[in-house]
Design a protein around this ligand. Structure first.
Ligand SMILES: Nc1ncnc2c1ncn2[C@@H]1O[C@H](COP(=O)(O)OP(=O)(O)OP(=O)(O)O)[C@@H](O)[C@H]1O
Ligand SMILES: [Mg+2]
Length: 314
């Protein structure tokens, strides 16, 4: 069962992670110093277990445009954090947002489900369309939008409730189940799709906060999936996880992209190369360059992109 994004018009706003998989430029392996810097930066997030796909060059076809951002600027009070960003985000594809700290990645991510609305002094200009419809239109209910455009944060944030309730909460408030049996089915299917079912099937009524960090992150993903989203935004979803848990999440992201449009912010170049098909590089609030991940990592057009992915700054 699907629910509508828009209210009636009268509604108001309401391969193994080989350390040598560091980026290559123009087919050349990076100089040792760059590769070392890359390894250092990725140390926390590089999985030891097999990665879901070969590293750079995984590529693959991308879907039709799901989200279209045009001239998007964001201001926090008088301070402008994002400048005229125009970017097409394809469906059934993982798009990675990369760039140094403070360049506006999270700010841009939040424009796609209107989370900036919740920051009192934040102001967004420009246009963002999902499936051709303006998500900032007065007729759009941000709560429904956020169900269609789910978000997963850096730190897993399960509700202080049972595992079952964490997943059942959204479908219940959105009326997606008409019986307890249906709700049980949604909970089970969501946990299965998030790759967590086997680990929690016998303790569904234990607190979600009692799970490990990696399990909590998969629980949060199950919670997002349970309300049948179309887009999943992930803001550094693996940065608090160990390499094994990171590998599981990366594998999951790769599976999820068959059904969803996924946008992931990451500081790990190796992760961006492993999980994404498209990459957008931000610097100082501007979108510098976007393209197929393989091209961005092997043959960037801009000097700043080259400098960033080779660890010369950031
Ligand atoms: N709530 C806020 N109030 C004021 N300024 C903010 C707020 N959130 C972000 N900023 C500023 O906007 C700019 C972009 O921040 P943002 O968090 O989007 O960067 P980021 O690329 O996600 O950085 P990081 O990699 O460190 O997470 C920064 O200068 C930041 O200080
Ligand atoms: Mg951020």
């Amino acid at each position: 069962m699907k629910f509508k994004l828009f209210r009636a018009p009268e509604g108001r706003n309401g391969g193994p992670a080989d350390p040598t998989d560091a980026p290559r430029m123009g087919g050349q392996v990076l100089p040792a110093a760059d590769a070392a810097a890359e390894r250092q930066r990725d140390a926390a997030a590089t999985p030891l277990a097999p990665a879901p796909k070969p590293a750079v060059g995984a590529g693959g076809p991308v879907g039709a445009t799901k989200i279209c951002a045009r001239d998007v600027s964001v201001f926090y009070g008088d301070k402008q954090a994002l400048y005229d960003v125009s970017l097409d985000i394809p469906d059934k594809t993982v798009t990675a947002l990369i760039g140094p700290s403070g360049c506006g990645k999270s700010t841009f991510l939040r424009t796609m489900n209107r989370m900036n609305d919740t920051i009192p002094h934040a102001r967004v200009t420009g246009r963002i369309e999902m499936d051709g419809e303006d998500i900032n239109a007065k007729s759009v209910d941000p709560v429904l939008l956020r169900a269609r455009v789910g978000m997963v944060f850096q730190k897993p944030n399960p509700f202080p409730k049972s595992i079952y309730e964490n997943v059942a909460y959204g479908p219940r408030i959105h009326g997606l189940a008409t019986s307890k049996g249906e709700l049980d089915d949604i909970v089970q299917a969501s946990l299965k799709r998030a790759g967590l079912w086997e680990e929690v099937a016998d303790r569904l009524h234990s607190p979600g906060t009692g799970l490990s960090g990696g399990q909590q992150q998969r629980l949060v993903i199950a919670r997002a999936i349970a309300v049948e989203p179309e887009v999943i935004l992930m803001d550094e979803p693996c940065s608090a996880l160990d390499p094994i848990a990171t590998a599981k999440i990366e594998e999951l992201i790769d599976e999820l992209r068959e059904r969803y449009c996924i946008v992931i912010v990451t500081h790990s170049m190796a992760q961006a190369a492993r999980v994404s098909q498209r990459t957008a590089f931000f610097h100082l609030g501007r979108l510098v360059e976007t393209g197929d991940t393989e091209d961005i990592f092997t043959n960037p057009r801009e000097r700043r992109t080259l400098d960033y992915i080779t660890g010369r700054f950031g």
